[in-house]
Design a protein around this ligand. Structure first.
Ligand SMILES: [Zn+2]
Length: 259
């Protein structure tokens, strides 16, 4: 019985965490700051009471998005799971903060194909704390900081090289097609994201995250390509269509941190 009552804590915290992920994903891509949320359909500002109780827009009647509800449910489910089975490496409080951070990054990346600089900056601070905490427990804090920073440099560096390589290919394609479609296989934001994940995981775990992310990204690209071929929609253009890589690296980091 006691267990049932204590479960109310993660359910409530998870609901609040979900509200924050939704709020950040609603406003940051548009205003780059924590501004008043507006209806995506008619741009009428929400009152905070309406916004936080997930009401439909009072002006045009547009209901809240499917994503809003999905995030709320996933946040409550994952908070409850972490509450019952606390991740032993990272501990509960840091784990929940990392979870919210990953939520914001993934939702914005999937909806806008963007990794924002303010979230990367926040992530760098969080990453240094998490990485130092993980590596400092066994090796002492100074070594912990060193391994975290080394992981960050490796994540950033490897991604930076891949990004330059991708930019080179894009340039070559643009010259061939006489037009630049402005799309990149790997966005510049991914470079910062991998720096953040590198700080979090530290050396040498960032290498594992890179490998997992690239393999998952490649696998899903392959499935996507086969789907196009089967529907006979294959064009070079469709293949090169920008695929967000950020979520794959987050899956890799999530696996290494929590599973
Ligand atoms: Zn509206």
């Amino acid at each position: 019985m006691e267990m049932d009552i204590s479960l109310l804590v993660p359910i409530l915290l998870g609901w609040l965490g979900g509200l924050f992920v939704n709020y950040a994903s609603d406003v940051l891509p548009h205003t780059r700051r924590f501004s008043q949320p507006v209806c995506p359909n008619c741009q009428t500002p929400f009152s905070w009471a309406d916004y936080l109780t997930l009401r439909a827009c009072r002006n045009c009647g547009t209901r809240r998005s499917l994503r809003t509800w999905l995030v709320q449910i996933l946040a409550v489910a994952s908070f409850s799971y972490f509450w019952l089975f606390p991740p032993n490496v990272l501990g509960l409080p840091l784990s929940l903060i990392v979870l919210i951070y990953f939520g914001v990054i993934v939702v914005i990346d999937l909806e806008h194909r963007l990794i924002l600089h303010p979230t990367s900056l926040f992530g760098a601070v969080l990453g240094l704390i998490v990485g130092t905490y993980i590596h400092g427990q066994a090796n002492g804090w100074l070594t912990g900081i060193g391994l975290s920073v080394l992981g960050g440099l490796v994540g950033f560096g490897v991604m930076f090289i891949l990004y330059q390589f991708g930019a080179l290919i894009a340039k070559f394609r643009a010259r061939k097609m006489q037009a630049d479609d402005g799309e990149e296989a790997l966005g510049g934001g991914d470079v910062y994201l991998l720096g953040v994940l590198g700080l979090m995981l530290g050396w040498p775990f960032i290498v594992n995250a890179l490998v997992i992310g690239v393999l998952l990204g490649g696998l899903f690209s392959l499935i996507f390509l086969i789907g196009l071929l089967l529907r006979q929609r294959y064009t070079g253009e469709a293949l090169m269509n920008f695929i967000p890589y950020g979520p794959y690296f987050i899956i890799g980091a999530f696996y290494l941190l929590f599973l």
